[in-house]
Design a protein around this ligand. Structure first.
Ligand SMILES: [Zn+2]
Ligand SMILES: [Zn+2]
Length: 138
């Protein structure tokens, strides 16, 4: 593990976090569930081992069945509504942190696109990154 840390918070500052090391992956997720959760065409998510993250403050959570049938617990700030991270009940050892909540969102590099089967048709991807129809192998 490198000594790089990534810090982030919600817009109002009620919730803050620190993740040690580099994310295992950084993906743009175009699934319907992430479209709801982001209010946009896709969510950009950094995969961090839960053990490397320190969370501080309280978040609210709602639970949905994700597009792959897994149980997705989506955490957001109860005060300002910033989407913060999600965790799968089936895979609690990984946190999926919303890249937009990082203090420095440009400190992590996008590695690919997932759930392109539900990508919005007006969005043209020309970044040369992988485009997976569904979930990556984890
Ligand atoms: Zn907040
Ligand atoms: Zn998704």
């Amino acid at each position: 593990m490198s000594d790089i840390t990534h810090k982030g918070q919600c817009a109002c500052g009620d919730f803050t976090y620190t993740c040690a090391g580099e994310p295992a992956s950084v993906m743009a997720c175009h699934c319907r569930d992430c479209q709801y959760a982001s209010g946009s065409a896709f969510a950009t998510v950094a995969f961090f081992p839960a053990a490397s993250c320190e969370l501080s403050g309280s978040s609210k959570v709602y639970t949905v069945k994700g597009d792959a049938g897994m149980t997705v617990n989506r955490h957001f700030c109860g005060n300002c509504g910033t989407p913060l991270y999600s965790v799968l009940s089936e895979m609690p050892e990984m946190l999926f942190i919303k890249v937009g909540s990082l203090d420095q969102p440009d400190s992590v590099k996008l590695q690919g696109h997932m759930w392109c089967a539900s990508k919005l048709p007006w969005l043209k991807l020309d970044d040369g990154l992988m485009q997976l129809p569904g979930n990556p192998p984890l």
